[in-house]
Every structure is written in C-alpha cells, then in structure tokens.
Design a protein around this ligand. Structure first.
Ligand SMILES: NC(=O)c1ccc[n+]([C@@H]2O[C@H](COP(=O)([O-])OP(=O)(O)OC[C@H]3O[C@@H](n4cnc5c(N)ncnc54)[C@H](OP(=O)(O)O)[C@@H]3O)[C@@H](O)[C@H]2O)c1
Length: 314
C-alpha cells in the first residue's frame, strides 16, 4: 500500500516537474504575449469613427465606453435620445486612456427602414467618415409561434435584421471606395441554435449570421472586415425589453440573463476581436456551447431536448 503511495507521489511530482510546470509557464507566457499584442493593436483605434447602434443601454453602452476609452470618436445611436445624452455625459466625465473627440448623439429607429440612408448621410456630414459600424441594436422575443402576431414577427425582423442590413448597405459604398472599414454584427448564440418561444428573435439572428457570412466573402477583395459576435447570456435589459406575442414588453428579468456575463466583459472581448480583425466570436457559457455542439453533431437529441423544453413552458 505504502509502495503504491510512494509511486503515486513520485509520478505526481514527475508530472508536475516535467509536464505541469512547463505547461503552466508556457500558457502564462502566451497569455502575457497576447495581452501585450492586444494592447499595441488597441492603440491603432485612436481617431477611428465608430458608429454603435443600441448605444443607450446594455452591450451597446458598454461598447461606447471601451471604444471611447481607446481614443475613438463614437456615434451613439438608438431611439431614446435622453438615454444617449446620459451615456454621452458619462463618457465626457471619464478619465480617458487616449485623447478623444466628443461623442455624437444621433436618434435612430432601426425598424424605420426609410430613414436609414439619411441617418448614414448625417454621420458622414458630421464626421466625414465611418471606420467601424457596430450593428448592435436589437430586441428579443418571448412567445410561442401560435400566439405571436405577424406584426411582432415583422417588427423584430425589421429591427434586428433589415435595420442592420439597411445601415450596412448605406455605409458599404464609401467603405469600398476607401478600401477599408469594419462591419460588426452583434448576433447571438440564437443565430446558431433556435429555442422555443424565441422564433422571431432566433430567425432574425440566423438571417443576420447568413448575411454577414455572404458579406464577408464579397468584401474580402475590398479589404473590408466583417465580424459576427454570438453572445450567450449577458446581464442587460434584453429580457425586460423583449416583445411578447402580442407586442407588449415582456418586463421580466430572466434568471439566466441576470446570471450572465457583464456587458463590460463582453464589450472588452468585442474590442479585442475588432483589433485582431477576427471573423467571429462566440462568448458563451457551458450550456449554450453544448447546445450549439448538439445541434450540429446530434440534431435528433437536440430537437428532443427542445421539444421537452417547449412542452414545459406551455
Ligand atoms: N443580453 C443578452 O443576453 C444578449 C445575448 C445575445 C445577444 N444579445 C444582443 O445584444 C444586442 C444588445 O442587446 P442588450 O443585451 O444590450 O439589450 P438592451 O439593454 O435591451 O439593449 C438593446 C438596445 O437596442 C436598442 N434598440 C432596440 N430597438 C431599437 C430600434 N428599433 N431602433 C434602434 N435601436 C433599438 C435599444 O435602444 P432604444 O430603446 O433607445 O432604441 C438598446 O440600446 C442585441 O442585438 C441583442 O440581441 C444580447
């Protein structure tokens, strides 16, 4: 017995000395190098014009903070001007890492598709260029397909999908002309999997994912980057603001959302994705990651689990 103990203790020591320790040192060195590279690349953001839709709360607000901190001129866009002005005041009162120009506030209703061209023109008139467009504004959905009106389906598709597509199309010709630019789409893990009672939301994010993938291939020759971010649960007002089947606000903070990542954490990850020009970023917890894996590798099991989930909520 004691011999086995000695052997185990010896082999553990051996592993730690010849395998564990060098691995830990290697990983730490790699992380330090990555942090140093990211810090250097973030400096390149200085002076960039960044348009952020949905900047009045949650992830968009946090994005405004991080891009502003790194020297970008941020254009804050959404429907609620008073909230955008609040975000602007908070940015101006902040201690900055780099000198930055004053943020610009611009009202925008993404679901009003006829207004998108003039919104973009206004930004070009004010700022002269757009370097990075972040399509973040969006609304979620809570309701079964049987009990969701077509008006709600249309509103969610217009806000989340057509609104972002319209803005992107309005910005692209000048980016193509300049042969530079970056378009970011804040999708969701629900752009990769669909849950019951979220049909309109999941459909809009799947459409966004597909549009972005086509766009990326077409824009490669023009030196324009296209990135898609797929967050899991993030602690924001997203479930409070979600639309029910009849178009009312859901008004409930979901348990998973309340326990989600902070929007500051997500915004910093997105900033590094932008500076590294990555095509995609999934920022998710274990369960949504598992669901994505099951949907693609064991679809029948995934459909069975989702059917049980739908049964439970009805
Ligand atoms: N939180 C999560 O768990 C999570 C997970 C995955 C993906 N996402 C995505 O992240 C993005 C941001 O959501 P959030 O979590 O930060 O939720 P949020 O706090 O509710 O923010 C949503 C933002 O979208 C704006 N918005 C909504 N409808 C709009 C419209 N018609 N026109 C213009 N702006 C509009 C809102 O501004 P106004 O009300 O002022 O217009 C608000 O600033 C959304 O696209 C969402 O789908 C969130």
């Amino acid at each position: 017995m004691s011999v086995i103990k000695i052997i185990n203790a010896n082999s553990l020591n051996w592993y730690l000395k010849y395998f564990g320790l060098p691995l830990a040192i290697g990983v730490t060195m790699f992380r330090l190098c990555l942090q140093k590279t990211n810090r250097k690349r973030r400096d390149a953001l200085q002076g960039k014009i960044v348009v952020i839709t949905g900047a009045s709360s949650g992830i968009g607000e946090a994005l405004a903070h991080v891009f502003y901190e790194y020297g970008c001129k941020v254009v804050l866009a959404s429907r609620r001007r008073t909230e955008l002005e609040r975000v602007k005041e908070e940015l101006l009162s902040k201690k900055q890492l780099s000198p930055t120009e004053e943020p610009v506030v611009c009202e925008l209703d993404l679901s009003n598709l006829g207004q998108l061209e003039s919104f973009v023109q206004k930004i070009y008139d004010t700022c002269g260029k757009i370097d990075i467009l972040i399509n973040n504004g969006g609304v979620s959905h809570r309701g079964s397909i049987l009990h969701t009106t077509m008006e709600v389906d249309t509103k969610i598709m217009n806000t989340n999908y057509f609104g972002s597509v319209g803005l992107t199309k309005a910005v692209l010709p000048r980016m193509v002309e300049k042969k530079s630019g970056h378009v970011v789409f804040i999708s969701s893990v629900q752009g990769l999997i669909a849950l019951p009672d979220r049909s309109a939301y999941a459909a809009s994010k799947h459409a966004m994912q597909a549009f972005a993938d086509s766009l990326r291939s077409e824009m490669f020759q023009h030196n324009i980057n296209v990135s898609v971010v797929s967050p899991g649960y993030v602690k924001t007002a997203v479930s409070l603001n979600a639309l029910t089947g009849s178009g009312d606000s859901h008004g409930v903070m979901d348990k998973n959302t309340a326990a989600g990542f902070t929007s500051e954490y997500v915004a910093m990850k997105i900033l590094d994705m932008v500076v590294n020009k990555n095509n995609e970023l999934v920022i998710s917890q274990f369960l949504p990651n598992l669901a994505i894996f099951l949907r693609h590798s064991m679809p029948s099991l995934y459909f069975w689990i989702m059917a049980r989930r739908a049964n439970k909520t009805n």
